[in-house]
Design a protein around this ligand. Structure first.
Ligand SMILES: [Zn+2]
Length: 119
């Protein structure tokens, strides 16, 4: 028997025996159980986000300049290390053709930018 079925059955019994105080307490417990269920759903969601973040972090390749690439992905796909560090947000940086065939990497979210060092 689930929590809600149990409370519902107990409320039914409290009504049958005409115990108002027991009935009120069961209604209160039912409300608390609902709050707990909402909290559990929120925590599960946060936990999934954290786990996803950790999985991403485990495949990071860090570089001298403030950007990241992901292991197994195209090494030209660069993510902003500043946005990840501050907000755990994975923001792909724009690649802009710059002077002398160099590439400027630019984060449209936090404006982090630099000229890619020759590799
Ligand atoms: Zn950024």
């Amino acid at each position: 028997m689930g929590l809600y079925e149990g409370i519902k059955d107990a409320i039914g019994i409290a009504q049958k025996v005409d115990n108002i105080e027991l009935y009120r307490q069961l209604i209160d417990l039912s409300s608390q159980a609902l709050d707990m269920q909402t909290e559990i759903a929120k925590l599960r969601e946060e936990n999934a986000e954290l786990k996803k973040g950790t999985d991403i972090e485990n495949s990071f390749i860090r570089h001298e300049q403030p950007y990241l690439t992901l292991d197994g992905e195209n090494p030209k796909t660069c993510y902003c290390a500043v946005c990840w560090g501050k907000k755990r947000k994975l923001v792909q940086m724009d690649r802009i053709n710059w002077d002398h065939g160099q590439i400027k990497l630019y984060c449209s979210n936090c404006k982090n930018h630099f000229i890619e060092s020759k590799q």
